[in-house]
Design a protein around this ligand. Sequence first.
Ligand code: ZN
Length: 409
Amino acid sequence: MLTLRGGAPRRGDSLSKLGVLADGAVLVRDGRIAAVGPRAQIEAHKEARQAEKLDVGGRAVLPGFVDSHTHLVHAANRAEEYELKIQGASYEEIARKGGGILNSVKKLRAATAEALKARARVALEEFASHGTTTVEAKSGYGLDVASELKILRLHQDLQREQPLEIVSTFLGAHVVPAEFRGKLDGAERYIALLLEQMLPEIVNEGLAEFCDVFCDRGAFTRAQAQRILSEAQEHGLAPRLHAEQLSRTGATQLGVALGAASCDHLEQVNAADIRALAKSKTVATLLPGCDFYLGWQDYAPARKLIEAGAVVALATDYNPGTSPTVSMPMILSLACSELRMTPAEAIVAATINAAYALKREKHLGSLEPGKQADLAVFEVEDYREIPYYFGMQRCWMTMKKGEIIYVRD
Ligand SMILES: [Zn+2]
């Protein structure tokens, strides 16, 4: 049993501390952890006598994964672009041909809320089957008032209707939508729409907790990101950023200056960005699924970030264009093989540090009394086997708030 006890955020050496119990047990009451410790001690607990006992047969138990960066709600896959990319078309060429994010926007606007919800629910069941119990979800494939609200309201419906916890993020600043492109002041006019019409409605309905901006070449500039996030912050939405993925824009240092919850991607960070992150509470969220899937061999400098003292987290970036996976175990394999993180560091990055990136470290991310009973059970004898196997389904059971939400037959 990996308890991950010991607080958050984790930096440097504390990123390797899993709090391992060789023969552990957890006592659950009303969806929360009442006690955790060596099995003999928990079995002797007075409440344990009336408790229902669940024996996981010596398998490895850890906190459910917290996936702190996903684009959950979208209308369709983009398998046709996958083939084009393999044949050599660049990300930006595909975008110029009306593919990429704008292709997803066109399909999402045309889709009914019911169809979008059905697709997201299937994905959420798949997240659960890979050991994930909490998922951050971004809007950003709507990019008009009605469609962005449609996505964010779906986050709220999904939160009510299925067991995984959904943390909602407004990403109206994903890209400038087609109808504003190539027009005088198009980006500025879209930002005005975002700030004057989308944001007040979202705040009014309480539809998002965070605001994100894709600050990069082909998306939004650092100055635009600053305006959007500052205004969102005034409305009570905490900032986070897509930073330094395709090019270095200075988004990371902007994120640190704004006290952003996280800066995500970070493939192009420089030494000053790494130092700024290391001195801050802003989480460096790495998304190696994108670099793997796009075949870029251009991974974020995880070792430098860890050695400098940054708070590192891992996420899937589940989305139809650049990272179509819900599998946190696969992300752990990539983190180990490509980012050179150890299995222990990768697990901490996908649980307690990811919970910290979503401001939920008091409730999620470790097995400690008072926290939610969110567990992932893996069909392995040693936790190192979780990243060791790749592209294989080794998750045996998933529990959310004390309820079994997935079990392998
Ligand atoms: Zn993303």
